[in-house]
Ligand binder design. Structure first.
Ligand code: NAP
Length: 253
């Protein structure tokens, strides 16, 4: 691939939150971006932001936990934008509960979206990266990977994302493909707003309380994570692989 050719990136869960900010950021850096989410219509706002800034984007509806839908989506991206060589596995859900109250469905849903989703998307995209001799896979982990009360499913999935990332780095490195993980702390999105609602707090109060525990004295914004993803997606970071970068406003214990 020549360096002047526009690279194609897929960002999953890009209708809103961190995924939307990441899609916009990668487009601003010159990628053609597939904005992939469960509901294709919901991707329109992110696509409009990108095209409004002169970029190229395609809305793609796909459930990342469904292998048939993933194969179809990646084939469509390849046909309509070009072969994807950057993949950001960002799609995510929460089904928080204490262990004794957690249902089988709560466990399976979280595993399926985060881990199975990242596996299916990475498997479908790697062949294009191998063909290109270039690839960047960035997986969204979380500070919850270190353990978080009420999130036994999510913590296990996000710790799993780290092992998945390191293994991809080992298997795919010789093909010019890097794999890294970004592990956010508290980022203000619909996901954390839903957590505030669940615990019966207003979002501003919830954020203020969280900020008291964060060394930089504020909660994160989606762009804070988009920045870190963009670093790993960059052509120039080809010697950085298998890393987990905590982006949490300070060190975590
Ligand atoms: P968000 O605002 O809830 O956005 C997640 C997006 O993923 C939604 O658009 C959602 O679609 C989509 N999605 C869910 N299931 C999907 C599936 N099966 N297939 C395709 N798309 C699916 O979440 P966020 O806060 O931006 O989080 C993005 C990522 O960062 C997640 O992996 C999350 O675990 C991780 N993270 C977030 C934080 C934080 O503080 N916000 C911290 C650490 C890690 P619907 O709206 O249709 O459900």
């Amino acid at each position: 691939m020549s360096s002047t050719e526009q690279r194609v990136a897929i960002v999953t869960g890009a209708a809103r939150g961190i995924g939307a900010a990441t899609a916009v950021r990668l487009a601003a850096e010159g990628h053609a971006v597939a904005v992939l989410d469960l509901d294709e219509v919901a991707c329109a706002a992110t696509v409009a932001t990108i095209t409004g800034q002169g970029g190229t984007a395609l809305a793609v509806g796909c459930d990342v936990s469904d292998s048939g839908q993933v194969e179809t989506a990646v084939a469509r991206v390849t046909e309509q934008l070009g072969a994807p060589v950057v993949l950001v596995n960002n799609a995510g859900v929460l089904r928080d509960n204490l262990l004794f109250k957690m249902s089988d469905d709560d466990w399976d849903t979280v595993m399926n979206v985060h881990l199975r989703g990242a596996f299916l998307m990475s498997r479908a995209c790697q062949k294009h990266m191998v063909d290109a001799g270039f690839g960047r896979i960035v997986n969204l982990s979380s500070s919850s990977a270190l353990g978080n009360r009420g999130q036994v499913n999510y913590a296990a999935a996000k710790a799993g994302m780290q092992g998945f990332t390191k293994t991809l780095a080992k298997e795919l490195g010789k093909f010019g493909i890097t794999a890294n993980a970004v592990a956010p702390g508290f980022i203000a999105t619909d996901m954390t707003a839903a957590t505030a609602e669940r615990v019966g707090m207003g979002f501003e109060d919830f954020k203020a309380a969280a900020a008291t525990q964060i060394p930089v004295a504020r909660t994160g914004e989606p762009d804070d994570i988009a920045n870190a993803v963009a670093f790993f997606a960059d052509e120039k970071t080809g010697f950085v692989s298998g890393q987990v970068l905590y982006v949490a406003g300070g060190p975590l214990n």
